[in-house]
Design a protein. Structure first.
Length: 445
């Protein structure tokens, strides 16, 4: 049975009531199975052990919201007139949105850079927001590094956190055993991470898709397990503490004579070191962005994109896919090594628990949700995801549920990411002129 209404402005909507009722019935069963077992029961500490606390009312409201949301989707999106789409966007609106997106992409970069430069000096910026912005910039840098492997080269990497860990432990171990400073260990950490990226690249040269994802996932777990069990060298589960802090070109951020504040005649403040760390990670992230943009316009960048589109066609054009894959893994791993070295000096402590698979999944989610291959999309996704974690921190156990629901909604309405369009690598500026000259020559002959 179908019910036709005149709710649409140009065409009547058709509601297939039995189909909708069947869909809502199964939606209710699935929601009961998921939320009835996760929200309706909660373990609490009690005398002699644990006890269950029942929250049937909360589970009922969550299930009701899910079912009503499904019903609204049927009413406004999925029900349609025969031969017409559920929601028709006028061509003028599409053109306006496309023009707005192009202008936003053109001016968003400089505006965000200016905001990032003045952010530490704003009156509303305190220690909490400064520390959160450092964390966001770290994930932006990691997202841009993984974007080379996943977004440009099209190689699914689920073990990217391994390069992050290699960079962090490289600095911690070099500083512990050889007494090297941060500025000396920073390039060494990137080189070592790039070297391990090449080592990972060789076994996966003939793999693609799910098989590549499994191998990279295994690589990430191997690195974490080695760090966890090599107790004599890495400290095992205890990690490495006392990692040296960076200095301002040899000037430490300490109180007293010879410190940063004393050298420049300032009143001592603990925020000086935080502001320095902020601008340090901002500079590293900007270097990552600039290098990525330059590489995209070079032959190696176009080779990455050709590999992403079709590996067989890439090989048929005479490109060496071996070197193309190895350079993608090496350069992406190098930037992760830089970020890992910064993470170690910022925390002053490293341990294997900081480099789990969840970190790789989070970085990959930033790249995918932002739009694969989009640099600006990685920035937006990092701010939304990392800032979203902090925004819903008070929600406690509901935080991951809300976060997961938001990710599902984004992927439903924006399957190609928040910013799916990006500037092409190269432009054919002389296309019309060349075509006109060829026509004139043809007419002359």
């Amino acid at each position: 049975m179908a019910v036709v209404t005149n709710s649409a402005p140009h065409a009547a909507r058709r509601f297939d009531v039995p189909k909708i009722a069947k869909d809502l019935f199964f939606t209710t069963l699935i929601a009961i199975g998921i939320f009835g077992s996760t929200i309706a029961f909660e373990t609490v500490s009690a005398a002699g052990g644990l006890s269950l606390r029942y929250r049937f009312d909360t589970a009922f409201y969550v299930i009701l919201v899910v079912v009503l949301g499904r019903l609204l989707l049927w009413i406004f999106f999925w029900s349609k007139a025969p031969g017409q789409a559920a929601v028709t966007v006028p061509a003028g609106v599409k053109k306006s949105l496309r023009a707005f997106g192009e202008k936003f992409g053109r001016f968003a970069g400089p505006v965000l850079l200016l905001l990032a430069l003045v952010f530490p000096f704003l009156p509303t910026t305190d220690r909490y927001f400064l520390d959160l912005s450092i964390l966001i910039l770290t994930y932006i840098m990691l997202g841009w590094g993984l974007n080379i492997v996943v977004g440009l080269a099209g190689l699914l990497d689920l073990g990217y956190v391994a390069f992050y860990a290699i960079g962090a432990y490289s600095y911690a171990l070099l500083a512990q055993y050889f007494g090297l400073s941060f500025w000396m260990c920073l390039p060494l950490a990137g080189i070592l991470a790039a070297f391990w990226g090449i080592i990972l690249g060789f076994p996966v040269l003939r793999l693609r898709g799910d098989y590549l994802a499994i191998v990279t996932l295994a690589f990430g777990e191997i690195i974490r397990v080695v760090l966890l069990n090599w107790y004599q060298f890495t400290g095992g589960p205890n990690g490495i503490s006392g990692v040296p802090r960076p200095s301002f070109f040899g000037i430490p951020f300490t109180r007293g004579e010879g410190g940063f504040a004393d050298t420049f005649g300032l009143a001592f403040s603990s925020s000086h070191r935080m502001i320095f760390l902020y601008f340090l990670i901002l500079a590293l992230a900007l270097i990552t962005n600039v290098v990525t943009h330059r590489l995209r316009r070079l032959p190696i960048g176009r080779a990455w994109e050709a590999l992403r589109e079709d590996e067989i066609a890439c090989r048929s054009l005479g490109l060496n896919t071996t070197s193309v894959k190895l350079t993608a893994f090496a350069i992406g791993g190098m930037f992760a090594g830089f970020a890992g070295s910064f993470f170690a000096t910022r925390q002053g402590f490293v341990s294997p628990e900081s480099f789990t698979f969840i970190e790789s999944a989070l970085i990959l989610a930033i790249v995918v949700l932002g739009g694969m291959g989009s640099q600006l999309g990685v920035v937006v996704a990092s701010v939304v995801m990392i800032g979203g974690f902090e925004l819903f921190r008070e929600a406690e156990q509901y935080r991951m549920l809300i976060f997961g629901l938001a990710m599902v909604m984004i992927m439903v309405w924006r399957p190609r990411g928040l910013i799916s369009s990006r500037v092409p690598s190269i432009f054919l500026k002389e296309k019309k002129k060349v075509s006109a000259d060829m026509v004139a020559q043809g007419e002359g002959h």
